[in-house]
Design a protein around this ligand. Sequence first.
Ligand SMILES: [Zn+2]
Length: 300
Amino acid sequence: MRADLPGKGRGACALCGTVERSRLFEKDGYPIARCLSCGLIQVDAELSRDELERIYGEEYFTDDELFHDYVAERSIRLESGAARARTLAGIVPEGRLLDVGCAAGFFLEAASRHYDVTGAEMSPFASEYARSEFGLRVLTGDVTEVGLEGERFDVVTMWNTIEHLADPLAAARAIAALARPGGLLVLSTGDVTGPLARRGLREWNLMTPPYHLFFFSPRTIDLLLAKTGFRLRRIVYDGAVAMGGPLASRRARRAASMVGLGNVMTVYASRASSPLGGPSRLRRLAARYRPLSRALPGRP
Ligand SMILES: [Zn+2]
């Protein structure tokens, strides 16, 4: 790693704690490694809070290159947020919803038609936008530290966020403590086993360190959930998401997902009453075919 890049060497796998890993390649100066025990692919460096805060300063949400037209696409994002919220309301019709990594609050604003909503967002710029534009309850900071202890949520969402976090395991534990037993967790993230990643991991459009630090698969997401008290229930592929490159436009993304190049998985899980241990191939197989209406066990 070049001396001017942030981060120090990672001591162990962020998911299972195993030290042994194989270095795959370097991307933009950051080493990428695969854990030899659980298989999680991760940036082989630990970034400090200060380093992450600098990376997620105002530029991230306004710079054309990095987060092009995020705020400018307000009406489109409110529309797609409304579609997501309607899907969730078909599973859990009402209650309290927490959106972790809520960014500028577009999904949260749409979800407020169905739920009593709260957001957590690391970026001071984005969280202030959500508060001032929409009047939403959005707390600035990491979900492990925003002071929600003692509150309970029926639905927790995390859209394209977990791959950005310094410690996804700590975040999932914090979320488990905030989720009502039997409650719903929905998260989306890139699938490192998807067709676009398989064409070349180094050139994959979601291989963007230091913004993306973790590259999950159905198996490693199953492990993360099982370790933190969630039961994987459903995985849906809804298309490609790109921050740059040839798939950055909406039209290109829609076309890519229509021809089966979807590389983002939306994962539905239920809060279990106790940790489940390891990942399960049968659980992942069932998660491919179970109807979304049965994402929560015990519902007709
Ligand atoms: Zn591991």
